[in-house]
Design a protein around this ligand. Structure first.
Ligand code: ZN
Length: 458
């Protein structure tokens, strides 16, 4: 609105000026270098206006031509960037898919088109590692280390190389450097903690665990579990070192924190028993048994009365059953002792009661054992045992100690998975044994070997 008013005003001014010139005719005579030019005032003004228009046009044209290279270079840069980012994305996909040749090709293209982009450098490193060129990858990571906003990516890359080469001390140093750059990195705190535990650096590991708790890098349910597993692991290490008093203190802390955590109870119970504190051991087992009945606790309970006869042992395990009368675990523990004492009826009754609930494989196997133990290998007993075993085949699996990180079943609880090195991953769970396909001795901890690119933002 204001613009159109302004335009109308300017047109009006030109018209007024033209009328004024028409109303005031006159001649102009210019004498210059022997030339005489005679014209009217109106023609002179028109000529000058034309000249100014032409000059303006020529000036604009010249500016346009002068700006051409800048325009073209900008256009070319934008086109290169677009090409570079497309190559970057396809390269990251190729790395994830494990396609070495494509990853290298896209890495070269991304690098050529995005020379200042740290992610292109990261892709080059990833592609180099995929192709087995660790040295080239290391140089790229070192390059990243020098870039203020990408230093974490560099440290993380170097760390993953150190982990793959099992260079524990270098890995710890790099993880600490990385945490200074990204103090809340969950992956990095977890990795540092696991490395410190593996190195037996308990004080540093505890400090890292506290940092992780303070920074919220652990979820509430993980926090308790990590702490209790840490106390038990440290207690076991102290015990192995012959530092019984410290081992006992740590086991007590673990059991106070989570009485339902069976490894804490068994560790404390064993240490108390070694001191000859039978009553204290009983209290520990009873407290944890009420929360989570477990065969390891039943074994300790039975071990508390080594010199009693079989009938007395049945009475003794009966006390544990009385604390958890509906529990399948308690019934199984009782039935096994009753079977040893040749109390067939008692053993069978407990197992039949278990069958009415959610009976697992062990219940049916024990029923088959009872048949054969009572009647010997007669045709009738074999038939009855066979029936129970066929039901065992369809029954739900029993829980075992198994690593949640690699899936491998274990004969006992351990803070660090002996197969994959994950900390606190082993728990009492129903597992598919086929998951454990890693060769013994080969370390593959999913937490430690997490792909770098996919989680670069963690
Ligand atoms: Zn594992």
């Amino acid at each position: 609105m204001i613009r159109s008013l302004w335009f109308a005003l300017r047109v009006a001014l030109v018209i007024v000026a033209a009328i004024w010139v028409m109303d005031h005719p006159g001649d102009v005579v210019v004498t210059w270098q022997g030339y005489i030019i005679e014209t009217s005032v109106a023609a002179l003004i028109a000529g000058m206006a034309t000249l100014m228009l032409v000059a303006t046009f020529l000036y604009d044209f010249w500016r346009g031509v002068k700006g051409m290279p800048v325009f073209f270079s900008r256009w070319l840069k934008a086109a290169r960037q677009k090409k570079g980012y497309r190559a970057l994305m396809r390269g990251l996909v190729s790395v994830s898919a494990g396609d070495v040749r494509a990853a290298e090709r896209f890495a070269r293209r991304a690098d050529a088109n995005l020379s200042d982009e740290p992610l292109a450098l990261l892709l080059t490193a990833q592609a180099a590692r995929l192709a087995g060129n660790e040295e080239k990858a290391r140089l790229c990571y070192l390059d990243l280390l020098g870039q203020p906003h990408a230093a974490f990516l560099g440290v993380r890359g170097l760390l993953s190389q150190a982990l793959a080469e099992d260079k524990l001390r270098i890995a710890v140093r790099l993880a600490r450097q990385a945490i200074k750059l990204e103090p809340r990195s969950r992956w990095m705190l977890n990795t540092l903690f696991q490395l410190e535990v593996r190195a037996g650096d308990w004080d540093k590991a505890e400090a890292t665990l506290r940092t992780a708790l303070r920074n919220g890098a652990l979820l509430p349910h993980e926090a308790d579990r990590s702490q209790v597993a840490f106390f038990v692991a440290r207690s076991q290490a102290m015990e192995a070192d012959g530092r019984h008093r410290e081992a006992l203190d740590l086991a007590t802390r673990a059991h106070d924190l989570r009485a339902d955590f069976v490894p804490a109870a068994t560790q404390l119970a064993r240490l108390l028993l070694a001191d000859g504190s039978v009553r204290a051991t009983m209290r520990v087992v009873e407290r944890s048994w009420k929360l989570s009945p477990h065969p390891d606790l039943a074994a300790i309970w039975i071990g508390l009365k080594p010199d009693v006869n079989e009938l007395e042992r049945v009475n003794w395990i009966g006390k544990l059953l009385a604390l958890q009368p509906q529990s399948v675990e308690a019934r199984l523990a009782f039935a096994r002792v009753a079977l040893s004492a040749r109390l067939w009826g008692e053993a069978r009754a407990k197992m039949l009661a278990a069958v009415e609930g959610e009976a697992s494989v062990r219940v049916f196997q024990l029923l088959a054992d009872i048949e054969l133990a009572e009647h010997g290998h007669t045709a009738q007993a074999l038939e009855a045992a066979g029936k129970w075993l066929s039901r065992a085949a369809d029954a739900p699996r029993d829980p075992v100690w198994a690593c949640s990180a690699c899936g491998a079943p274990q004969s006992s609880w351990n803070a660090v998975c002996p197969l994959c090195g994950a900390f606190g991953g082993i728990d009492w769970r129903v597992t598919d044994a086929r998951q454990a396909s890693i060769n013994p001795g080969e370390t593959h901890n999913p937490a430690l070997m997490e792909p770098l690119v996919i989680t670069a933002a963690s």
